[in-house]
Ligand binder design. Structure first.
Ligand code: OSB
Ligand code: MG
Length: 370
């Protein structure tokens, strides 16, 4: 496939409801989309970097700079396919979300060209995906309980709540008091330290499926220490950037569950490596979310068809985030909390270019030989 041009653009989409984690509140998403133009086909990718460098070092603006200056030029005018594209970015260190955006656009274009489902090109097997939801910190505990009630009624199979010091044990107690048996987990986004071990031990009484990323993003060893002191399984998110991190975490027994995010690990090629390492090590995976628009959501669905994605993911219905999503059909979740995987070519979701244009605030096309 010859890459003739690449368009990068920023769209703005207001969230239906704000999303708050231990590092802050988001009310509107600024999303960088990548379009790869090749032989009359358009492949689409979404960069999952946030508005600010809080979840990791990247932001939508660093991704713009890296794609415009390095990743775009690395593939423009070249003959690439899904196996050769990722290594072309090796020279650039880090910037994995930017790499994933371009890589996934190339994979999308190739799947369309070969008229095959993206999930098949990836080597997936699952046809029905189990869905959970991630619920942010709310203005009051009562509001949180109300949200959980709504999501359970919609059929979601796992509830994950964001926690931080001051919004944790009492919140979990309130949830368990009302729903003693639901599958429940929590995500701290690094809000604790090893000085909090005694405090974190209190979480054990709530029979959580997992505690996600309680400690520093860059410290797998600290999670191994904590895991040895807790009954509850730890799940790593921010700490795992590639297959070697997954292998190190397995070796150190730093977690018993591992979430994979396409952007965080730098794309489909690396996500498959992380999945393979976890499968070998007996560590189940699930697909994490980054408040994606429909394009990122469709790619998450494809990735979640891989065999070791055996736990409910954070990939949920478009309408939980957006008044109107930029794909057609929107992502919908059945009353039993599942997403059906499409057999159509590409992601199985059509990109609504008209609506994307409407949401676009800046756009630039770069061409081969420019
Ligand atoms: O840690 O999983 C996380 C959103 C932004 C940044 C980090 C995280 C999240 C979520 C949202 O939990 C998951 C979703 O997209 O619904
Ligand atoms: Mg997380």
């Amino acid at each position: 496939m010859n890459i003739e041009a690449i368009t990068i653009r920023e769209i703005r989409m207001p969230l239906v409801h704000f999303f708050e984690t231990s590092f802050g509140r988001t009310t509107e998403r600024r999303i960088l989309l990548v379009t790869v133009h090749s032989d009359g086909l358009n492949g689409w990718g979404e960069c999952t970097a946030g508005e600010h460098p809080f979840y990791n070092e990247e932001s939508i603006d660093t991704a713009w700079y890296v794609i415009r200056g390095y990743l775009g030029p690395a593939v423009l005018g070249k003959n690439v396919d899904h196996e050769t594209v990722a290594p072309m970015f090796d020279r650039v260190r880090g910037h994995r979300m930017a790499k994933a955006a371009v890589e996934s656009a190339v994979w999308d274009a190739e799947a369309l060209r070969r008229k095959m489902p993206l999930w098949k090109m990836l080597g997936g097997t699952r046809r029905e995906l189990s869905c959970g939801v991630s619920i942010g910190i709310q203005d009051s505990p009562a509001q949180l309980l109300e949200k959980i009630e709504t999501e359970l009624a919609a059929g979601y199979q796992r509830i994950k709540v964001k926690v931080k010091p001051g919004w944790d044990v009492e919140i979990l107690r309130a949830i368990r008091g009302r729903w003693p048996e639901i599958t429940l987990s929590c995500d701290a986004n690094s809000a604790y330290t090893l000085n909090d071990v005694e405090h974190l031990k209190k979480f054990d009484e709530f029979k959580l499926l997992m505690i996600e990323q309680p400690l520093w993003n860059d410290d797998i060893a600290a999670h191994a220490i904590l895991q040895s002191k807790l009954k509850t399984a730890l799940c790593l998110d921010e700490s795992i950037l590639h297959g070697r991190d997954a292998a190190a975490a397995a070796q150190a027994k730093a977690c018993r569950i591992l979430n994979i995010k396409l952007g965080r690990v730098g794309g489909f090629t690396e996500a498959k490596k992380v999945e393979a390492v976890c499968r070998e090590a007996g560590i189940p995976n699930w697909c994490g979310g980054m408040l994606e628009s429909g394009i990122g959501r469709a790619h998450n669905i494809a990735m979640s068809t891989l065999e070791n994605f055996s736990l409910p993911g954070d990939v949920s219905a478009s309408k939980r985030y957006w008044k109107e999503d930029i794909i057609e059909p929107e992502v919908t979740v059945s009353p039993k909390g599942t997403i059906a995987v499409s057999d159509e070519a590409g992601t199985g979701y059509r990109v609504r270019e008209d609506l994307i244009e409407h949401f676009t605030v800046r756009k630039e096309t770069i061409r081969a030989g420019q």
